[in-house]
Design a protein around this ligand. Structure first.
Ligand code: FES
Length: 491
């Protein structure tokens, strides 16, 4: 008999992105019922799973063996306490199911006995009673016959133990909690803009209400929740994890830049890595207890002090899902005092850098349109942050990148594009070169026109003003509504 699993779990079982599975649901290739798909239709769509699940025991053994390594165990498996709680919940459900089955069985047996008695009283020649009794006996035999196990269902049960599904209300966003992650860490990793402050249980900003399922404490907290809040089911997301395989939380999420407070943090230079003769990767790390909350695509002001203070605004080039490790692509620029000090070797690993922000509105607009990113040179920085965020969200049906290089450093992170393209089905990229940003923009515009203008996409453009203006004008001429064009002009 087919079992039903959520689309989210079905994607996990099939090993495909959720957006890819949803695309096939929209195309009518797989039947969906209230967010659930049957394991039978999943097997029909991905027949290779049949073969894979045949080796289920091997796969379980493989997961067990891989989990032997401490780092993998921490990433994949929750703590022993949380595992025990999830196992306990699952055992309770199983016990309930067994009790119900036993009662149904007893009911059917007593009905059959009753029928036999009536049959005897009727002299054994009531054809309808006889047919009914035969039907009941053969139905019972069918139910008790050993059927092949639905291997996907078995895998689903196993996954429920090692990873929990969290649903947020009222947004309906979903994410998984794996390993030792707190609810907050898992949500951020999935690209969800949860409210939070300190990240260590002292400010209370990450308060959420548990409306179904169970959570367990996963860290120490100094913030005192009132008795009334506890009674209503409020917990701190940064120091709790999922203790049941499904949890529903009630919480508000940041809807846009206006919901993110300005922050000032003293971070440390973790690394400096040249990506070309005139491009440097700056990797900052914030204190564990004071991370930067920002939206993908936003910028911050960086300030370094070596005798005199210097500051400049730069887009963050990494994903907010890792709010402790901030990356920036700085180009050699005499008018940028921070970049100048970096290239002169006056800033070194271990030095403090003040981070002030975030600023800017160049963020993902939401929705489930195909996404098209168009960058010129270091415009790739905020675009990279947006792409990583979009990949975490796993909601866009497709992602395309058009990147123009006008400087000698060229496409300083082309290997990143190749890696995305190799790993992700709905990602494609096109690289262009032209020393003149406006002429290059015309070249990119022609490619865009040939490729994606007909599609209802959201466009994100980042680069120097002449590049952004030229591409923006071409998109408008082609009839793309203003609301679908998002721009970031960089010096
Ligand atoms: S983020 Fe401050 S208490 Fe959770």
């Amino acid at each position: 008999m087919a079992q039903w699993v959520s689309i989210w779990r079905a994607a996990q079982l099939a090993g495909v992105p959720r957006a890819a599975l949803q695309r096939r649901v929209r195309a009518g290739e797989i039947e969906e019922n209230d967010g659930m798909v049957s394991t039978q239709s999943l097997l029909a769509l991905y027949p290779q799973l049949q073969l894979e699940t045949a080796g289920l025991a091997d796969r379980v053994a493989q997961i067990r063996d891989e989990a032997f390594g401490r780092r993998v165990r921490e990433r994949l498996l929750p703590s022993q306490e949380v595992l025990a709680q999830r196992l306990f919940r699952q055992s309770q459900e199983l016990a309930d199911l067994q009790r119900h089955l036993q009662r149904y069985h007893a009911l059917v047996i007593s009905l059959r006995d009753e029928l036999r008695r009536h049959q005897q009283q009727a002299g054994g020649d009531d054809a309808r009673l006889l047919a009914l009794e035969r039907e009941l006996t053969s139905g019972l035999a069918r139910v008790l016959a050993t059927e092949p196990v639905d291997a996907l269902h078995v895998m689903d049960d196993m996954l429920k133990l090692i990873s929990a599904q969290v649903t947020l209300r009222p947004s309906g966003h979903q994410f998984t909690v794996e390993g030792h992650d707190s609810l907050l860490q898992a949500g951020l990793r999935a690209g969800i803009n949860l409210n939070y402050g300190c990240g260590n249980g002292s400010c209370g900003i990450c308060k959420v209400r548990v409306t179904s399922g169970e959570v367990a404490r996963s860290g120490h907290s100094d913030y005192p929740l009132s008795e009334a809040e506890k009674a209503q089911g409020y917990v701190l997301a940064c120091v709790h994890t999922a203790a049941s395989s499904e949890v529903t939380l009630e919480t508000l999420e940041a809807g846009g830049p206006a919901d993110i407070p300005l922050q000032q943090i003293t971070a440390t230079v973790r690394a400096l890595r040249p990506l070309g003769t005139d491009t440097m990767l700056l990797h900052l790390q914030t204190p564990r207890t004071h991370r930067l909350r920002f939206l993908a695509g936003q910028s911050v002001t960086l300030a370094v002090a070596d005798g005199e203070s210097a500051q400049a605004r730069h887009p963050v080039a990494s994903c907010p899902c890792d709010d402790r490790n901030l990356q920036f692509f700085l180009r050699r620029d005499a008018e940028d005092p921070v970049a100048t000090r970096l290239f002169e070797g006056r800033v070194r690993p271990g030095d403090p850098v003040t981070v002030w922000g975030p600023h800017g509105e160049f963020t993902l607009a939401g929705g489930s349109q195909p996404l098209v990113f168009v960058a010129c040179d270091h415009g790739f920085g905020p675009v990279r942050s947006l792409i990583e965020h979009a990949l975490s969200l796993d909601a866009a049906p497709s992602i395309a990148l058009f990147w123009l290089a006008t400087r000698a450093d060229g496409h300083f992170l082309a290997n990143q594009c190749r890696a995305w393209s190799a790993a992700l089905d709905p990602f494609e990229y096109n690289l262009f070169s032209d020393s003149d940003p406006a002429a290059g923009a015309l070249q990119v515009g022609r490619a865009l026109r040939a490729d994606v203008f007909q599609i209802d996409c959201a466009f994100y453009l980042a680069g120097p003003v002449e590049f952004v203006m030229t591409i923006g004008a071409q998109l408008s001429e082609a009839g793309v509504p203003e609301a679908q064009i998002h721009t970031e002009v960089l010096p």
